[in-house]
Design a protein around this ligand. Structure first.
Ligand SMILES: Cc1ncc(COP(=O)(O)O)c(C=O)c1O
Ligand SMILES: [Zn+2]
Length: 400
C-alpha cells in the first residue's frame, strides 16, 4: 500500500498532512482528496500487478491508504451483462457485505480510524451507510454512534442493533441527523464520518471506478448511471479515472457521468437544469428510495463539475417508475435491486427514449444495494399499488 503524500483541498488546493485525522479543509470547508505519489507508483504498479490478487477492493492496495485493512470482503462485485439491453452492464453492489456499496467507503474509513487509534465514530445516515459503519466498527472493535431517520428500512435498524451500534432514531431527515452529529461530536469525542466530511470514504468508493475499468478490459464505458444522494461514488469514480490516467492505464477518455435522483428529492437535477454550480436545499424530501433522500449534498460543487466535464447529465425519475423498474429488473434480469439501483434502469430507459444514449453505447447501471434490504418498504409499496399478478405457493394465493 502507498504512503499518503498529502490531503488536498478541492476548493483552495491547500495541502494538509494525513499524519493526524482530518475532516474538511480548515480554511473553507472544502472536501479533501487523498493524494499519492502516482508518478513514482506508475513505474511498478501496472494492470498486470493485479493478476491473482484477492477479489476485494483491497486488490488496488497501491492506491489505497497504507494501513491494515478492516475488511469483510467488500468490492470486486459482478458486472452482469443485461439480457434485455446487449450493451448494458449491471454493476451489482448488492453483493457487498451489508448488502450495499456503502461497505466500500466505510471499510476504508474504519481502516484509517483504527490506524489513527480512534475509538468512537459517528455517522448521520439515510440507512445503508449506518449498517456498513456498524459492521466495520464491530470488526475493528470501535464504537459506532448512529443517527438515522426513524423511518429507515427495517433492515438498517436490525443490522445496527445486531452489530451492537449505538443508534438514535431521529424524527427528520439525514440533514437533521447531520446537525445533531455536528452539535455533539466535540463533546463526545466522535470522529464524524459523514459523506465527504472525512477523506477516506471517497477512497473506498473510488474502487468502483477501478473495477469498471478492469472488468471491461481497461476500456471505459460510454456512460455510467449512478443513483445519487451525497454523490460520493460518482466523485470517487471520477477521481479513480484521473488516477488511472496518471498511472498510464487509460487515456483521457471518460464516460458520460449521469446522475439519477428521485423526483421527490432532486436537488442536483434542479441545479444542473439551472446551470448552477451548487445546489440548494430540497424541501420536504420524500421518496421510496431512502438513500436518495438527501436534501443537500455537501459535495454538490464536485458533482456538478463532473457532470459538466464528462458531458453528462442529471435526471429524475418518479417513485412509480422506480417501482416498475425494480420489478422489471427482478423478472427480466434476475436482479433484485434496491429502489435506488432500480432508478438507474428507469433513467436508462428515459435516456434511450430521448436519444442521450444509443442502443450501441456501452452503459453501466449501478445497482447500489440489494432489494432484500427493503422488504418492509417494498411490501408497503406493493400493498398500495394494484396487485400486478399473483403466484401460487403450495395452494395458497400469495398476494403479490
Ligand atoms: C442504496 C443506495 N444507493 C444510493 C445512495 C446514494 O449514495 P451517495 O451518497 O454515494 O450518492 C445511497 C445512500 O444512502 C444508498 O443507500
Ligand atoms: Zn480549502
Amino acid at each position: 500500500m502507498a504512503p499518503i503524500a498529502y490531503l488536498e483541498c478541492t476548493r483552495c488546493g491547500v495541502h494538509i498532512s494525513a499524519e493526524q485525522p482530518q475532516t474538511v479543509c480548515p480554511k473553507d470547508g472544502g472536501v479533501l482528496y487523498v493524494r499519492y505519489d502516482l508518478e513514482h507508483l506508475k513505474h511498478h504498479f501496472k494492470p498486470e500487478s493485479l493478476v491473482w490478487r484477492p477479489a476485494t477492493m483491497w486488490r488496488y492496495a497501491e492506491v489505497l491508504p497504507d494501513a491494515e485493512p478492516v475488511s469483510l470482503g467488500e468490492g470486486f462485485t459482478q458486472m452482469l451483462p443485461s439480457r434485455e439491453f446487449p450493451n448494458v452492464f449491471i454493476k451489482d453492489e448488492g453483493l457487498n457485505p451489508t448488502g450495499s456499496f456503502k461497505a466500500r467507503g466505510l471499510s476504508a474509513a474504519v481502516t484509517m480510524a483504527k490506524s489513527y487509534g480512534l475509538k468512537k465514530l459517528a455517522i448521520p445516515s439515510a440507512g445503508n451507510a449506518a449498517s456498513a459503519l456498524a459492521a466495520y466498527a464491530a470488526k475493528a472493535g470501535i464504537e459506532a454512534h448512529i443517527f438515522m431517520p426513524k423511518d429507515v428500512p427495517l433492515a438498517n435498524r436490525m443490522e445496527c442493533a445486531m452489530y451492537g451500534a449505538r443508534v438514535t432514531l431521529v424524527d427528520g431527515l439525514i440533514s437533521d441527523c447531520a446537525r445533531i452529529v455536528a452539535e455533539r461530536k466535540q463533546k463526545q469525542g466522535w470522529l464524524d464520518v459523514s459523506t465527504l466530511k472525512e477523506p477516506f470514504r471517497i477512497e473506498g468508493k473510488k474502487t468502483m471506478g477501478y473495477e469498471v475499468a478492469e472488468l471491461l478490459g481497461w476500456q471505459l464505458p460510454k456512460a455510467i448511471i449512478y443513483p445519487t444522494g451525497g454523490g460520493i461514488g460518482l466523485i470517487g469514480m471520477w477521481k479513480a479515472f484521473e488516477e488511472m490516467q496518471a498511472l498510464g492505464w487509460i487515456g483521457n477518455e471518460r464516460p458520460r457521468m449521469i446522475v439519477v435522483q428521485s423526483a421527490g428529492c432532486a436537488p442536483i437535477v434542479k441545479a444542473w437544469n439551472e446551470g448552477a454550480w451548487s445546489a440548494g436545499f430540497w424541501p420536504n424530501a420524500s421518496t421510496v428510495a431512502a438513500g436518495l433522500r438527501v436534501p443537500k449534498a455537501y459535495g454538490d460543487y464536485l458533482i456538478l463539475d463532473i457532470l459538466k466535464k464528462s458531458s453528462g447529465t442529471a435526471l429524475s425519475v418518479t417513485d412509480q417508475e422506480i417501482m416498475d423498474a425494480l420489478r422489471h429488473w427482478a423478472r427480466v434480469e434476475g436482479v433484485f435491486g434496491a429502489p435506488e439501483g432500480a432508478a438507474s434502469l428507469a433513467a436508462y430507459r428515459k435516456l434511450r427514449t430521448d436519444g442521450f444514449v444509443g442502443a450501441e453505447d456501452e452503459v453501466v447501471l449501478f445497482n447500489t444495494a440489494s432489494g432484500l434490504k427493503y422488504l418492509d418498504v417494498l411490501e408497503g409499496e406493493l400493498k398500495r399499488s394494484k396487485p400486478q399478478d399473483s403466484s401460487q405457493i403450495g395452494g395458497i394465493i400469495a398476494p403479490y
